[in-house]
Write a protein that binds this ligand. Structure first.
Ligand code: PMV
Length: 349
């Protein structure tokens, strides 16, 4: 990937990157080294195209990085984000500077096309966009491997999978789970391989109560975690085979089981984490009904209450219609597999 920088009239450098989120089919849950995001297991996701973060980074003469955001795309003005957000972004930038051996400070402006911190992996698109925009503003052109390593500095492992499009595994096949390295990403297939859709049923737009960082910290406290790690290589192999063969029934069964497994880990960790709401369960039931009615659709969820319903293009309309009838579903976001991040000249600030 080449992300050359462009100079602003002030002589400083500015770059804007639009980076997508992703939905994990096999989930990253639990880290051996959280700050460097060295995972306990390999994960695999589909890069999305509609749920994106747009981030502008400007090299600026500042004591400290300045960060503004638009909390939602309906807001007219950029404003200061919540303190926890600023702290995490600054931490990421500090690690990035240390890793790159640079001292620049940045003026950052960022916005999401979807609700943040609600199980739509805003950290994935957010940190991917931040790493790609800042390196581009510095005039650097990281390879995909370098970009993915930079994106996960500070702990968002899912960000590492958002720097490329299609179906992405992290770490790549052959990664040694005993190693102290976070490993590289592997594109299992490009987006053009299989047009899968993701209808995201929004049942909660608020921030979730427990961050995925805390979830990773608690993962090992579940009595079922060791068993999960034992069974995951087989699950990953099944998902990869189903993707290669475009076997939707096998893929769907496996990803739905995987999502339940993740939430069982969360609910049985100490202290327990409950991401689901009553509406989450109603959506899961509606998806089972869809299948009983002959519409192939399967659910998955990240660390949040919202449900991603994976289907093929032919089933998308039926899925949207059925989910729209479920009380508690505020709206559906129509998404699908996408090609990954892109540079744009439409700067945010
Ligand atoms: O990248 P993080 O630290 O936000 O963790 C992601 C955790 C899950 O979304 C639940 C799973 C995943 O692989 O994306």
């Amino acid at each position: 990937m080449s992300i050359p920088s462009s100079s602003s009239p002030s002589g400083g450098s500015v770059a804007t990157v639009v980076s997508p989120s992703n939905i994990a089919f096999v989930k990253y849950w639990g880290a051996r080294d959280l700050e460097r995001a060295v995972p306990e297991n390999a994960s695999l996701s589909m890069t999305l195209r509609a749920c994106v973060t747009r981030t502008t980074a400007r090299v600026a003469d500042l004591e400290q990085d300045e960060i503004l955001w638009r909390g939602s795309t309906d807001e007219a003005e950029l404003r200061p984000p919540p303190p926890a957000f600023v702290e995490r972004a600054r931490r990421h930038l500090d690690l990035l500077r240390a890793r790159l051996g640079v001292d620049a400070r940045f003026r950052i402006a960022t916005e999401n096309s979807f609700p943040a911190a609600a199980g739509i992996a805003s950290s994935a698109s957010g940190f991917s966009a931040l790493a790609l925009a800042t390196t581009a503003a510095l005039g650097l052109q990281p390879s995909i491997e370098e970009a993915s390593e930079l994106a996960r500095l500070g702990g968002s492992g899912s960000a590492t999978r958002s720097v490329a499009g299609g179906y992405i595994q992290w770490p790549q096949t052959g990664w040694d789970a005993a190693s102290e390295s976070g490993g590289a990403i592997e594109q299992v297939a490009p987006a053009s391989h299989w047009d899968l859709r993701d209808v995201i049923a929004i049942v909660s737009s608020g921030a979730k109560g427990v961050s995925s960082l805390d979830g990773h910290r608690r993962a090992r406290s579940s009595p079922f975690f060791a068993r999960r790690l034992e069974t995951l290589p087989e699950r990953l192999a099944i998902v990869r085979r189903a993707l290669a063969e475009q076997d939707f029934a096998t893929l769907g069964r496996e990803i739905e089981a995987e999502a339940i497994d993740l939430h069982m880990m969360a609910m049985t960790s100490r202290p327990p984490i409950y991401y689901w709401t009553a509406a989450t369960l109603d959506v899961l039931a509606a998806v089972r009904e869809l299948r009983a009615d002959g519409v192939p659709a399967w659910s998955t969820m990240d660390a949040g209450a919202n449900v991603h319903v994976i289907c093929r293009p032919a089933g998308q309309e039926d899925v949207v219609a059925r989910l729209g009838d479920v009380p508690g579903v505020d709206r559906c976001i129509l998404d699908g597999v996408g090609d990954g991040p892109r540079r744009t000249a439409e700067h945010l600030a």
